[in-house]
Design a protein around this ligand. Sequence first.
Ligand code: NAD
Length: 433
Amino acid sequence: MTSPSPRQNVMRPEKDHFLAAENPFEEMMSRFDDAAKRLNLEPGLYKILRMPEKQIIVSIPVQRENGEVEVYTGYRVIYNTSRGPAKGGIRFDMRVTLDEVKALAAWMTWKCAVVNLPFGGSKGGVICDPASMSNSEVERLTRRYTSAIIETLGPDSDVPAPDVNTNERVMAWVMDTYSMHKRHTVTAVVTGKPVEMGGSLGRREATGRGCMFVTREALRKLKMPLKGARVAVQGFGNVGSVAADLMSKEGMTVIAVSDKSGGVYNPTGLDLADIFKHVRGGKLLNSYGNAQQISNEDLLTLDCEVLVPAALENVITIDNAASIKARIICEGANGPTTAAADKILDRNGVFVIPDILANAGGVTVSYFEWVQDRGGYFWDEETVNNRLERIMVRSFEEVTTMAEKHGVDNRIGAYMLAIDRVAAVHRLRGMYA
Ligand code: NAD
């Protein structure tokens, strides 16, 4: 959100990645099909669960700083609400497409069901480039988008959260716009808000903390010592930096971390406090001098016990899966492993904690935020963290039990658990005709 450059955001890069060969969303639907088949899902239910309930397309006129009017396209997709209100982020990005939003909304449906939250799934997006817009333009865009989709929003129907290029500032505008229309303050309409206006303590750290909990459970399950377990983390943003920090506080040894500029490595353990000092000053890791430099590609194949991909999708592919030496992969990022790579990892005995479980700590504390807003009673951080731990540990147990029972990998186990839960509610509710 910098100074305006009016014409920059009317152009749109070519994008058809929903159908691309190694596309994370297409990959996700292929895993859905696999899990649905193994569950012997009734054909009618299969048809219902493969389609979103509602797709909204809106045009959003915004006056730019130079006086010109630009019209942006926005989407909101409600995938499934059988288990409760839809839950899903809003992204502002030039690469947004309706197909992508649909797939991400499906993803949220399964993720909420894996950790057994009383939510369905949704997602929203606006095709725009916020980096080329002023703050006021982003605010006007946010407010007009919110009012355009206002019928779907609400604590009981559809609850957004931050996603790519949106943040707690944007959520505050969504909440304010919604509240102005309703003529009273409705904090529970969004999560990921600033704590001062109904956000939850512990939300910022929740995804990385969840990664730590499930990694700890995986080490325990595989009877591997936690103390000194060597961890490599790709991505040193919200998820990766918190996961690295908390894993190290648990006694694991973080040997490598990276950001978009590259990585740093020390086989006997990095000085994380020193690295945090470096990045807090706004510097990237390629200028950090107190450890060996390493590329993002090499980080993935380091000799270690735990690998945490926490940056991008599709980084573990058929090209490098066979070279991965980690015994455990904890998927902090969404979609870091391709379906073809999964097979190689499975063959090599790598224990994958799949994204829809590993990074579900974020949506779990979003759920806590919604509960706190609705109750008007706020929990201390210890309560938030303890309840998050309980949910992550239980969900890890349920996913691995499902996987073992059906002789599948943990990812298919997680999808089976999720689809089974959503399908069970559909059967109980029956079909309104
Ligand atoms: P972030 O923007 O805070 O951090 C991303 C990190 O990845 C940064 O350190 C960045 O430098 C690094 N990065 C970018 N390009 C890279 C590249 N080419 N190679 C290596 N590193 C690169 O984002 P985040 O919130 O930490 O999210 C990371 C991933 O986790 C995303 O896939 C996101 O969808 C997923 N996720 C995040 C949350 C959450 O609560 N933040 C919840 C669930 C899933």
